[in-house]
Design a protein around this ligand. Structure first.
Ligand SMILES: [Zn+2]
Length: 239
């Protein structure tokens, strides 16, 4: 074989290898069900009709918190709120109200960045500063972690594993999967279609997303009628 041919073949193999690594990394970064290190939970295998309702981002304001908390309180349901430190810091009263109502707080980073290609010190600061405001809001239970946009690659999972933190993903994501212009009925319908025993439902009710806010009540009512019981994420994963 001529030398120039060999070079071309080796370069081609190298390019294929590189694209496989990049494609694999992309899959891994967005995977709902696995990461390279540490415990990740996206649902729980159980025959019992248990389900966890999780809300991402926020708390954006005490008014929005009040609306969501009223909906949950009227149905005696406890949920898990993955809050950002920045927003808790801006409205600590809203976070305290959530805790006082018996709900669980989870860590969703301080400033909601994509947690990939970040130095370890920045990852630690995003998570630990958020832990501090979650504790200041009065929450005493285990603080689980959910990465913004669900993105994680290497440094973040290694940090989480080293600090014995559990990553919580989800298996039902109705308000994002169906696009931004869905009605409350569409969000509820999509959520109910995908919920099953052990599911972790993700909703984004903050930032004025009224369709999602209005879907919460109907989702709970329908799942209650089907015999489901709502638990917090910690209760679901620790049995
Ligand atoms: Zn988020």
């Amino acid at each position: 074989m001529r030398r120039s041919h060999r070079v071309i073949i080796i370069a081609a193999i190298g390019l294929v290898g590189l694209s496989l690594v990049l494609a694999g990394g992309y899959q891994l970064m967005n995977a709902r069900t696995l990461q390279v290190a540490g415990r990740l939970v996206h649902r729980v295998e159980t025959p019992d009709k248990l389900i966890a309702l999780t809300f991402d981002d926020g708390p954006t304001s005490s008014d929005e918190a009040a609306a969501i908390l009223d909906t949950l309180a009227a149905r005696s349901v406890r949920a898990t709120f993955f809050v950002t430190g920045r927003e808790v810091d801006r409205d600590p009263e809203a976070a305290s109200r959530i805790v006082a109502a018996g709900h669980e707080l989870g860590n969703h980073t301080w400033s909601h960045p994509r947690m990939i290609f970040r130095p370890p010190a920045e990852i630690a600061e995003e998570i630990e500063s958020t832990d501090r405001v979650i504790r200041a809001a009065g929450y005493r239970g285990e603080i689980t972690f959910r990465p913004p946009y669900g993105k994680k690659l290497l440094a973040l999972p290694l940090y989480l594993a080293a600090h014995d933190r559990t990553t919580i993903m989800w298996d039902v994501e109705a308000d994002s999967d169906g696009g931004p212009d869905q009605s409350a009925a569409e969000i509820a319908g999509r959520t109910l279609a995908h919920s099953r025993p052990g599911s972790i439902i993700l909703l984004h009710p903050w930032h004025g997303r009224s369709a999602t806010q209005q879907a919460i009540g109907p989702i709970i009512d329908s799942l209650h009628r089907q015999g489901y019981r709502f638990v917090t994420v910690s209760e679901l994963i620790n049995g």
